[in-house]
Design a protein around this ligand. Structure first.
Ligand code: UDP
Length: 391
């Protein structure tokens, strides 16, 4: 048997590409080293609750095409992300908006809030923000930075805010209205039935094998990935053998090249998930713990992504929560976030350059492109590749 594409990684990027390739009449074989498809957006149904096993995912986009694209695979509910932040014994709404400011300074009007922030910024004398700390301070002033940004960010990234790129904080809106919607995007929601359903829809009719680790297979099969003049041959660990012309690789690009230019940095996340004997643990899907001293960054109460109801609209009894702990990635951990500092990006560029001579392989997804991409951007990237590749 010969396939046009071997796709390594059954996450969002690989699945979108596979779907498009099949639609274009190409044949694909998808492998993934995990026991499940979906990569980090995989959700697992437990006690009627879709548990976001590899971290909470809220779909949001301003791109109608992308919104229509995902809606082919599932109906989306009208969940709007409005996290709450706990700082010591204080509680604030996120993102930074009039609800946050009125609570912080006991004020009522946008004018008062703007005045306070403006004065705090003026005292700092930052002209050209060079890092996340300066960027955050020059956007929201000292109080919001100290209480809601500094501790959380340093926990999440394991670095001082002075050593982080400023684009990370630009993800968060700042508003002088009473609007707790975390995103500015036009479209937002959670797929009814979970994200796994979307991936299943994309991969329908396509060969998929889980528990197949490319790095191991590569060594065992001695695959020639540089020369694409003839198809490569592979035998999976379950004995399935086939040939393939090209490969889409969505794993870590540095690992692919055996860390030739050194390790790229990633953040990993560990989840402590537990069933709690209450129907309502924290009253919200996402509660961030922004002080440095609390070891986890946030607690997710999964049922609220679906308003606490099952698919028949019945209230779910009990609840499941996940505490999220951020850590430095080391070999054997799941990589979640690329750490896009200047140094790491430069190293990535070297890998990218190297990959150009590799005719058989195309790198994609958060790990293949080493980019902090949201789901809509991942889909856009995969569709872009599909358009170029499948014409
Ligand atoms: N952030 C923060 N305080 C919060 C939430 C977020 O300072 O309570 C900052 C932090 O630097 C974080 C960035 O905003 O890395 C992006 O957060 P987001 O929630 O978008 O991250 P994700 O959901 O992708 O983990």
């Amino acid at each position: 048997m010969k396939y046009d594409y071997l796709i390594v990684g059954a996450g969002l990027y690989g699945s979108v590409f596979a779907h498009e390739a099949k639609k274009a009449g190409k044949t694909c074989f998808v492998i993934d080293k995990r026991p499940n498809i979906g990569g980090n957006i995989y959700t697992e149904r437990k006690n009627g609750i879709d548990v976001h096993k590899y971290g909470a995912h809220i779909f949001h986009t301003s791109d109608k095409e992308i919104w229509d694209y995902v809606n082919q695979f599932a109906d989306f509910n009208n969940y709007v992300n409005s996290p709450v932040a706990v700082y010591k014994d204080e509680l604030y709404n996120l993102p930074f908006n009039m609800n946050t400011f009125s609570k912080m300074w006991n004020i009522k009007t946008p004018k008062e809030a703007e005045e306070i922030i403006k004065n705090q910024i003026a005292d700092l004398n930052i002209t050209d923000p060079a890092n996340l700390e300066e960027q955050a301070l020059s956007l929201v002033g000292t109080d919001v930075y100290e209480k809601l940004i500094k501790g959380y960010t340093e926990k999440q990234w394991g670095k001082d805010c002075k050593d982080l790129p400023s684009f990370i904080i630009k993800r968060l809106p700042l508003r002088f209205t009473f609007d707790n919607n975390y995103f500015n995007d036009r479209y937002q929601g959670i797929p009814i039935g979970g994200y796994t359903k979307i991936i299943e829809g994309m991969l329908e009719g396509i060969e998929v094998r889980c528990n197949e680790d490319w790095i191991e297979l590569y060594k065992e099969n001695k695959i020639n990935d540089n020369d694409n003049s003839k198809p490569a041959k592979i035998t999976l660990s379950d004995g399935t053998s086939f040939e393939f012309e090209k490969m889409i690789y969505t794993g870590q690009i540095d690992e692919y090249f055996n860390y030739l230019y050194g390790h790229l940095e990633y953040r990993s996340v560990r989840f402590e998930t537990e069933e709690v004997d209450t129907d309502n643990y924290q009253g919200n899907a996402v509660v961030n713990y922004t002080e440095r001293e609390v070891p986890y960054t946030r607690i997710i109460e999964h049922k609220w992504f679906n308003f606490g109801k099952d698919e028949n609209g019945e209230p779910i009894k009990g609840t499941i929560i996940s505490k999220e702990y951020s850590s430095a990635w080391k070999i054997g951990d799941e990589p979640y976030y690329p750490v896009n500092t200047e140094k790491n990006n430069k190293t990535y560029e070297k890998y990218k350059e190297l990959s150009k001579s590799n005719k058989r392989v195309i790198f994609g997804g958060r790990l293949g492109l080493y980019k902090y991409l949201d789901m809509d951007k991942v889909i856009a990237e995969a569709l872009k590749l599909a358009k170029e590749e499948l014409k």
